[in-house]
Every structure is written in structure tokens, then in C-alpha cells.
Design a protein around this ligand. Structure first.
Ligand SMILES: Cc1cc2nc3c(=O)[nH]c(=O)nc-3n(C[C@H](O)[C@H](O)[C@H](O)COP(=O)(O)OP(=O)(O)OC[C@H]3O[C@@H](n4cnc5c(N)ncnc54)[C@H](O)[C@@H]3O)c2cc1C
Length: 359
């Protein structure tokens, strides 16, 4: 076996969405060398996403899986990166959920007694009266410990940081150009100990991992401008309306399965505008629309871990609809697994699907 010094870097990371970026930062902080290869002209779900992190989701106000671990860690991670990179991309913005009916008001208010969800609900009075542009005839609920990450800003600043340290190569990764043996990985004339694939939706084109049960979901969001002065609250009822400045909002998102492409459509725009008209009562102008593909999974849990047959081939993927919340904490767990052999949560470990590979 060659010793560590025969490698140019220990890790080759393929892809620089929030997945690859989170893995890279955790390797960096563990003193491990790596090279990222990414093609910034290729589509990326992270660059389309609204970047919202929301501890209480769905019609039933359910606490996000692992919320008590994920949320505090994500805040530490993004806050630390803001300081290190000298730019702002984390916005701690509460979420306002207008009630649809008196019944919903009663159900939600009863749920707030649950000690598990209480920390995520504001104890201050209903802020709805300060937002006359929102239809909230039955009042509403304020969710806290929420907000959004300006992902393009975070990804650009991280890329520049790694580029300066010769840890980022701008290229389309072609698997045919990678050679792998038990001794290591060779790509682009360089040697690595391990390759980590963080390709989002494009994992489906990767023959090492195309057997995993991805269930990708297309989504579209809109950008609008309004004349009213928007308050710093994300409005959420079926869809979200996220103020990104005093007069601009992102509105989303749709869920569709066919066709799975990156094109915004008039149908999806119409669907969002219909819902938006129920939520906001002020005029707006549509200024943009973007679509992306979420790397979702059949059991709605990430796909992380080491290949069943090749111990130097790994994946960090399956972040689905919640990459912003999941990526930091799970990248930490994944790196601890790779570096120190710590056990990975079986619910995210690809081991749960090894039978699909060996059948
Ligand atoms: C409309 C929409 C709204 C969303 N809103 C939210 C939200 O509010 N909050 C939230 O948490 N999540 C949201 N998501 C989900 C979020 O986008 C994903 O969970 C997350 O971005 C996935 O990150 P990733 O790094 O795994 O994949 P990606 O961001 O897709 O990154 C993978 C990268 O790898 C690159 N790559 C792949 N193959 C190659 C190759 N061969 N060579 C070079 N580069 C390659 C790709 O180009 C891409 O840049 C939303 C998604 C959509 C579509």
C-alpha cells in the first residue's frame, strides 16, 4: 500500500452544491486535504432553492426530523462561515403561518401545548396586523428558529475561498477519466485516497450509485416585486412567500415528476400565482421563474456512506427538499465516519439499501 504522501490530496469531491460544500468545509476543519471538481455551468438544485430552514412543516405542523440536532448545528455552521468568509448569507427570519379557518386555528393552538414543538413557536402576540398585505382573517402563528440561506452567496464565497487554496477545479467530471484501484483514485493526473460524489440529481448518471432509490422531484419558484413595504417574515401556507428585500419576494414551490428537467413552465407559474393570490392581497409584478430538481429519495432520508464494494468510493446525497437544514449536521457525521470510523445514523447510511446492489 502506498503511504499517505503518495496522494496529491486525500479526497476528491465531485460537485459543489450545498452537499459538496458542507463536506468540503468539514474536511477542511478536520485538517484533511481535498480537491473539489465542479462545473458551475451545469444545473444545481442549490442555486435554485429558496434556502429556507423551517423547523415546523406541512399542514399538520410537524417537527422536522432531527430538528433539535439539525437546527442549532446549522446556525453554528452558517454563522461560522459568515465570519470566516466575511459575507452575510444567513437570515434568521421568522415564519408567519396564517390560519385557513377557525378549526385550523384551534388545532394549531392546541398543538402549541406540545413541549416538543413549543420552543419553535413565538410567545409574542400575533404579528399579522403589521402585515396588511397578507390574508390572515383568522390570525396566524409565528414559527421561530427559522430563516433562509442565500445559497448562491454562500456557494460563491466558498468556491472563491477554496480556489485561492488550490482546492477547487472548474471542470465537468467524466467518470470514464477516473481510474480506481484498492490503492487509490486517479483523476486528471492526480492521485487521491477517496472520491466523494456530491452530485445531487446527477447521481443518477453515476454507475457507482445509480442503483440507489432516488425519487427526484422537480420544483419551480417565482420572483416577484411589490409596491408594499414587506416585513421580515416568511409567509407560509401551502406555499411560501419569502421577502429577499423590502420589495422583492421569492414564491414557491411546486412539486412535479414529469418531465424531470430544469425548465420553468407557464403551468407551474400559474399554479403558484393561483395560490399566491389566496395568500397576499396586494398587487405584484412577476419578475422571474426558475426550476430545479430535488435529489429526493424513496424513503425521504438522505443517501450517505461508503460504496458496498469499493471502500474508497463514497456518496453524500439525497438531501431532497431540505438540503439547507440537513447538509451541515450530516456532513459532520459523514466526515466523522470517514475519518474516525464513527457509526453513521443507519437511517441515512446507504447500507440500508445494499440489498439492491447485490441482487
Ligand atoms: C424549487 C426548489 C426549491 C427548494 N427550496 C429549498 C428550501 O427552501 N430549503 C431547502 O433546504 N432546500 C430546498 N430545495 C432543495 C435543495 O435545493 C436541495 O436539497 C439541495 O440543494 C441539494 O444539494 P446538492 O448539493 O445535493 O445538489 P446540487 O445543488 O444539485 O449540487 C450538485 C452539484 O454537482 C454538480 N455536478 C453534478 N455532476 C457533475 C459532473 N459530472 N461534473 C461537474 N459537476 C457536477 C452539479 O452541477 C451541481 O452543481 C429546493 C429545491 C428546489 C428545486
Amino acid at each position: 500500500m502506498p503511504d499517505m504522501h503518495s496522494f496529491d490530496s486525500e479526497y476528491l469531491i465531485v460537485g459543489q452544491g450545498i452537499g459538496g460544500t458542507s463536506v468540503a468545509w468539514h474536511l477542511y476543519d478536520s485538517g484533511k486535504s481535498f480537491q473539489i471538481v465542479a462545473d458551475s455551468s451545469m444545473p444545481s438544485s442549490s442555486r435554485v432553492a429558496a434556502g429556507i430552514f423551517n423547523p415546523l412543516t406541512g399542514k399538520k405542523l410537524v417537527k422536522t426530523w432531527l430538528a433539535d440536532d439539525l437546527f442549532p448545528y446549522a446556525r453554528l455552521f452558517y454563522g461560522g462561515l459568515e465570519q470566516r468568509l466575511g459575507c452575510k448569507f444567513m437570515h434568521l427570519t421568522p415564519i408567519y403561518r396564517p390560519f385557513r379557518s377557525i378549526e385550523e386555528q384551534n388545532t394549531y393552538l392546541a398543538q402549541t401545548a406540545d413541549p416538543g414543538i413549543r420552543p419553535y413557536i413565538a410567545t409574542t402576540p400575533d404579528p399579522g396586523s403589521g402585515m396588511p398585505y397578507v390574508n390572515a382573517g383568522f390570525g396566524g402563528l409565528e414559527v421561530v428558529q427559522s430563516g433562509w440561506i442565500d445559497l448562491p452567496a454562500l456557494l460563491d464565497a466558498s468556491r472563491a475561498y477554496f480556489q485561492e487554496r488550490n482546492a477547487y477545479v472548474e471542470a465537468t467530471f467524466d467518470p470514464a477519466q477516473l481510474s480506481r484501484t484498492e490503492e487509490g483514485i486517479e483523476w486528471n493526473g492526480k492521485r487521491f485516497k477517496t472520491v466523494v460524489f456530491c452530485q445531487g440529481f446527477f447521481a443518477l448518471e453515476n454507475s457507482w450509485f445509480d442503483w440507489l432509490p432516488f425519487a427526484p422531484v422537480k420544483g419551480q419558484i417565482l420572483e416577484i416585486t411589490t409596491d408594499v413595504s414587506l416585513k421580515p417574515y416568511i409567509i407560509n401556507q401551502g406555499i411560501f412567500a419569502l421577502p429577499i428585500s423590502e420589495n422583492r419576494m421569492k414564491v414557491g414551490a411546486t412539486y412535479s415528476w414529469d418531465p424531470l428537467d430544469w425548465e420553468a413552465t407557464g403551468t407551474a407559474t400559474g399554479e403558484l400565482e393561483d395560490k399566491l393570490k389566496g395568500l397576499l392581497n396586494s398587487p405584484y409584478a412577476l419578475t422571474g421563474a426558475q426550476a430545479g430538481i430535488r435529489p429526493s429519495v424513496r424513503d425521504r432520508r438522505p443517501l450517505i456512506g461508503i460504496h458496498p464494494q469499493f471502500s474508497n468510493v463514497c456518496i453524500f446525497n439525497g438531501l431532497g427538499t431540505k438540503g439547507v437544514t440537513l447538509a451541515p449536521f450530516l456532513a459532520k457525521e459523514f466526515c466523522n465516519h470517514l475519518i474516525y470510523g464513527k457509526e453513521l445514523n443507519p437511517l441515512v447510511n446507504i447500507k440500508r439499501y445494499f440489498s439492491l446492489y447485490f441482487r
